[in-house]
Design a binder for this molecule. Structure first.
Ligand code: HGY
Ligand code: MN
Ligand code: MN
Length: 415
């Protein structure tokens, strides 16, 4: 089976460094949706795609897509991709590895003058992490026609609405609906992503094939008590929102520790007014609960909500729980798993199947077409952390497995 040229891994790593240098912060990598840094990253990636001989367009949510034509106009395309937005203080490979693997596959085809019956599209989704507006998969939901237009009114931490952010990004939010693709447009969606876990490394393998992705529920909780003087209000008369939140957070850990595959995280908290000599009058905090089985996750979500309400009753706090994301677990396409497994078998001694605790655009794209996910080993399984790292060899391996999967898929579904 054909492989990428030996230097393709190094080139991919150099490009990762160039993309990772585009950050909102001098301290580490942060690149949120519809920011000037997102604009620079999109434009750089668009340039690379144009140099590879692709036609490039950007839709109204800020996804940038390149297209490498096939020989049969009527054939649906094979779409490769991942995301260009990041979390705060991110690693360099989450998202970027996937878009660059897609580009590397097209560059290989272009360099060898190969045209498949299917066009190949490479998409860099605008927002997978959901950091700026607490709603993930904005880019892929626009492609599948599932974008919730009410999100345009959502405000970021600086009070900027998503609508205004998109207009400043050079977009017309009213055209988001036009980004939706029809079911027949795309034969399959394929993504390469770092595993963000330790299994491949423990097994001594560079790549694996994902069979399913855990569902996730994300909530934003606000507890409201009464601000007061830290020196004069007796402990028994306080309505301290931060102590209430602490009680809830400890319980979230307890509820989510035990059942297999269940995890619960409070990643962000904001106590107001935030002065050391003032009893916190209100606290906002995030909750992220995931499990491979939807029933496990939903049971934990209800137990957490019940506990929060009981804490608030006991402490005379008002409570608002806003569910900002609720995505069921998703199985990857069985036929694509076969194609990916065949590609992996030609590159490494063993094919390992894994499930993903992290969410991916594959979950949303599977609503529109067959979707598959190739995992690449990352050191220590570390991710969402500047220490995230992979080797050029494994980057090469991931992109080569993607290429071979594309070729085997194109063969199997040639028009
Ligand atoms: O949070 C996640 O699962 C992914 O990194 N968006
Ligand atoms: Mn990711
Ligand atoms: Mn991520």
């Amino acid at each position: 089976m054909p492989t990428l040229s030996p230097n393709a891994g190094e080139l991919l790593m150099q490009r990762i460094e160039q993309l990772a240098a585009i950050s909102e912060s001098e301290h580490g990598l942060t690149r949120r949706f519809a920011t000037p840094e997102h604009r620079r990253a999109n434009d750089l990636f668009a340039d690379w795609m144009k140099q590879a001989g692709m036609s490039v367009q950007e839709d109204a949510i800020g996804n940038v897509t390149g297209r490498y034509e096939g020989t049969t106009d009527s054939a649906p395309c094979i779409m490769l991709g991942s995301h260009l937005d990041t979390v705060v203080m991110a690693g360099k490979y989450d998202g970027m590895l996937g878009v660059l693997c897609g580009l590397a596959c097209v560059e290989h085809l272009a360099a060898s003058g190969q045209r498949l019956s299917h066009a190949i599209e490479v998409i860099a989704f605008a927002d997978e992490e959901g950091v700026r507006y607490h709603s993930t998969f904005l880019g892929s939901r626009a492609v599948t026609g599932e974008f919730d237009l009410s999100l345009l009114d959502r405000l970021d931490k600086d009070g900027i609405s998503m609508r205004d952010a998109l207009i400043a990004f050079g977009k017309n939010p009213e055209e988001i609906g036009a980004a939706a693709r029809q079911p027949g447009d795309i034969a399959a969606y394929l993504e390469v992503h770092i595993e963000q876990g330790p299994v491949l490394e423990q097994q001594g393998l560079g790549v694996g094939v994902v069979t399913g992705i855990a569902g996730a529920t994300r909530m934003m909780v606000t507890l409201t008590g009464e601000a007061g003087h830290a020196g004069t209000v007796p402990m028994t008369l306080r309505r301290d929102a931060l102590v209430g939140a602490a009680d809830c957070i400890a319980a979230i850990e307890k509820i989510c520790t035990g059942p297999v595959d269940l995890v619960g995280t409070v990643g962000a908290i904001d106590a107001k007014p935030g002065a050391g000599n003032v009893i916190p009058g209100s606290v906002g905090f995030s909750i992220d609960i995931r499990a491979a089985e939807d029933e496990t996750r939903n049971t934990a979500v209800e137990a957490v909500k019940d506990h929060i309400k009981s804490v608030c009753e006991k402490r005379h706090l008002a409570v608002d729980i806003d569910t900002v994301h609720d995505e069921p677990s998703e199985a990857c396409d069985p036929a694509l798993i076969e194609h990916i497994s065949g590609a992996i078998a030609s590159c490494q001694p063993r094919v390992l199947t894994l499930t993903s605790g992290a969410g991916h655009d594959v979950m949303v794209m599977s609503h529109l077409t067959a979707a598959g996910l190739i995992f690449v080993r990352c050191a220590g399984g570390i991710s969402h952390n500047p220490a995230e790292s992979i080797t050029a060899e494994d980057a090469w391996l991931g992109a080569t497995v993607m290429l071979q999967t594309v070729l085997s898929l194109a063969d199997a579904t040639a028009h």
